[in-house]
Design a protein around this ligand. Sequence first.
Ligand SMILES: Nc1ncnc2c1ncn2[C@@H]1O[C@H](COP(=O)(O)OP(=O)(O)OP(=O)(O)O)[C@@H](O)[C@H]1O
Length: 745
Amino acid sequence: MSPQQDGSAHVKEREVEVEQAAVDAAYARLAQMREQAARRVRDSYKVAQGGTYSALVDRDVQVMEAAIWERSLDNAYNELVFGRLDLKPETPGGELETYRIGRLGVRTEELEPLVVDWRAPAAAAFYQAAPEDPKGVVRRRVLHCRGDRVLDIEDDLLDPDSAPEGLPVVGDGAFIAALSRTRTGRMRDIVATIQREQDLVIRAPADISVVVTGGPGTGKTAVALHRVAWLLFQHRRRFGSRGVLVVGPNRRFTEYIERVLPSLGEGGAALRSLGDVVNGFEASRHEDPARAKLKGSPRMVRVLRKVANDAPWGAPKDVRLVYQGTFFTLEAAQLAALRERMLRGSRRPNAVRADVIRSLQEAAWTAYQDAKRAAGDASPYDEYPDLFEDDKRTFISELRAERPFADFVTAWWPQRTPLEVLRSLGDPAYLAEVSQGVLAAADARLLAESWRAVTETGGGLSYSDVALLDELDSLLGEGPRSNRAAAAANPYVVDGVNMLTGEEVDDGSDPESGGFRELSTFGDRAARRGAYVEEPDPDEFGHIVVDEAQDLSPMQWRMLARRGRHATWTVVADEAQSSWEDLDEARRSMELALGTSRERRRFELTTNYRNPVEIADYAATLLHRFLPDAPLPRAVRSTGRLPEFLTAAEAELPAVVGPAALRLAGEVEGTVGVIVPMTRLGAFGLDGLPERVQVLGALESKGLEFDAVVLVDPDLIASESPMGPRTHYVTATRATQALVTVSVE
Ligand SMILES: Nc1ncnc2c1ncn2[C@@H]1O[C@H](COP(=O)(O)OP(=O)(O)OP(=O)(O)O)[C@@H](O)[C@H]1O
């Protein structure tokens, strides 16, 4: 007799019951583990309360670990088990070996496996087995659960020859059902239905970088996030301690994907948009295309280097001082030479400021002696410099406190922040001067205008500005730690001492107690909230994921490269969706960021899991207008619903778009996106529509998806920038079920 492949309701019911019993057992054990974990948190919290420094550290580590474990158990609760493998017996005629696959490894108290973690090597076959290469799997079963209830199952018989008689095989498309599920506005994990070509990326060796390409909806984002979960599971020490950074194009996108990693039990990765990669800055404004192109160009490095190394705009070029009735001058040429000398060997202006001030004092002493000599007051100092050390010391300490000298120093070589420097470029005359030979005059004016609007606290920054601030931060360098906080409050402070008064300045960073205080609250917070502890981002990460990488400018690549000098990378991109004009330049920038020391492997994903064929076919016509030979991902689902095309007079747009969105909201259960040209954002307040309907600009829609989309004025989207046709293509590939475009007549 062959396997029982009739799929009858009776067989299915019985099989669902079998799975439910196994799932119940796993949940019962999970509840026990949860209780043990809670006890561990309480116990470890009690360890050495109020004890020594090292006991506090121990307590912290334990509380932290216990809290993380507790949290991952909670996260695994929903749909804990989603798969089953029946493996070929080791001896012919023997029993099939059975494993259940789930979000987390669960063992009995006797350490018998009840559920295998999907990331464990033993689970790999669940994703990689195929009829042509069954990898020992006879039957693969996907469980469709809600919470702890098994709703449905679907089997794949991969090796019929090894199947014992009567092996039930049931199912009717759990995978397609998973793809058709309505969208909630937050991306879901795909652990239960990862496909083979995706799994190859997820489980690629941990010490290589991967570059994943593929059309819209091929699961690039999903795969990148599952790879992070796999890396953290397999190499928790390495990636957990060095940190993982996931970068997406904008805040809306990071909000969209933020639940995926926690739902996989991993909350430890830093999720950042391109606007908040740099500590201390938050930008959420898209630059207009002309400025984005200029600000993203590597030419900006030349401009910024000059700005960082030159004296600020308007600073005096020389300084005239007086000491005991003798006037003397530090000349412009002499000062310029000193500046050059101090910055030689790529030394950074903020880092060498204290050295600069010492050199200026030396130069002033020499100039003073020269002035005395010139006035006929010949000094024996030249012959016997040692005899005059005390005089020199007095001179220097008095000079230090002289207001004209102190004012000169703070004007000519201030401790500067990146934001101050960027704002100073809002002066068109200044920017014109420093960008001479690099930027055309009209371009400089365009940029200056945008920086004039940036406030002292960073209001008005765009995504492109953040990369420039990071470049400036690296060019300016850091002053000694004590300088940074104090200098922000008082420009006369150098090395923790106020130049004018000689007083030591306390900036509140007490190296003895600071770390201790921090540690003692660290565990408290973790235990109190039972949550992951928010820590500032480290300077560098062990692994960096770059999503929508085709849109990164060279300056943004440089910003990420600084955070991943020793990292492995997962880069996912689709050049057909790029907003960056010079694709060769973008590729070179990526190559530089990824470095050459690591092996790099390329993967191509080929199946579109988002769009039904009806929408994918329409999108293909748009793609082929600008890339006639581009390969297309294969869509696997059909809805029978063709895209709709409406038109409206410009003034009537809102009157047509609103009802269209409302109608779609009635037709689909999940989200509706109204995607409008960037220049029309703000003109569409869709009052009175359900919360499921969102209005967003074309560029903001990158990486997102909705059940239904109303695409407004696609011609304008296509003409808003040189890469507009690609943006139009992106917007047409956001819908999972229905697409309505509204063009202007
Ligand atoms: N194996 C899978 N099983 C179920 N759903 C999947 C699978 N792979 C991808 N998906 C779903 O397909 C949709 C598209 O995936 P994703 O956003 O990762 O694609 P993408 O390649 O990053 O798209 P884009 O280039 O348009 O940003 C998501 O809803 C994702 O959950």
